[in-house]
Design a protein around this ligand. Structure first.
Ligand code: ZN
Length: 96
């Protein structure tokens, strides 16, 4: 049994895809936004990664999302409604 270059490359790409789509969205830097649907007035949380998609770069904080309750698409300002930062820069407090 020998591993040729192509199958090694395939394994490396497969691990890379798993890391990119499963590990990073869960444990990587991401924001959570608390959004209120304009149609049914229900509140739901939305997890998003800054700059992950082309549309997020084009429209900045605006995202077109489907409400999980009434399934109606509408625009949300995820930048203004975010509740958690990816990494808080904690300044070390020096006691005098
Ligand atoms: Zn709704």
């Amino acid at each position: 049994m020998t591993l040729d270059l192509l199958s090694v490359l395939f394994i490396v790409v497969a691990i890379g895809i798993v890391l990119l789509f499963f590990v990073l969205p869960r444990w990587g830097p991401h924001y959570t936004s608390r959004l209120t649907c304009p149609h049914c007035k229900r509140v739901f949380n939305f997890h998003w990664i800054p700059g992950a998609t082309i549309s997020s770069i084009l429209y900045r904080g605006m995202r077109t999302l489907k409400c999980p309750y009434c399934k109606i698409k509408s625009n949300y300002d995820v930048m203004a409604t975010r509740v958690r930062q990816p990494r808080k820069l904690q300044k070390p407090k020096s006691k005098a």
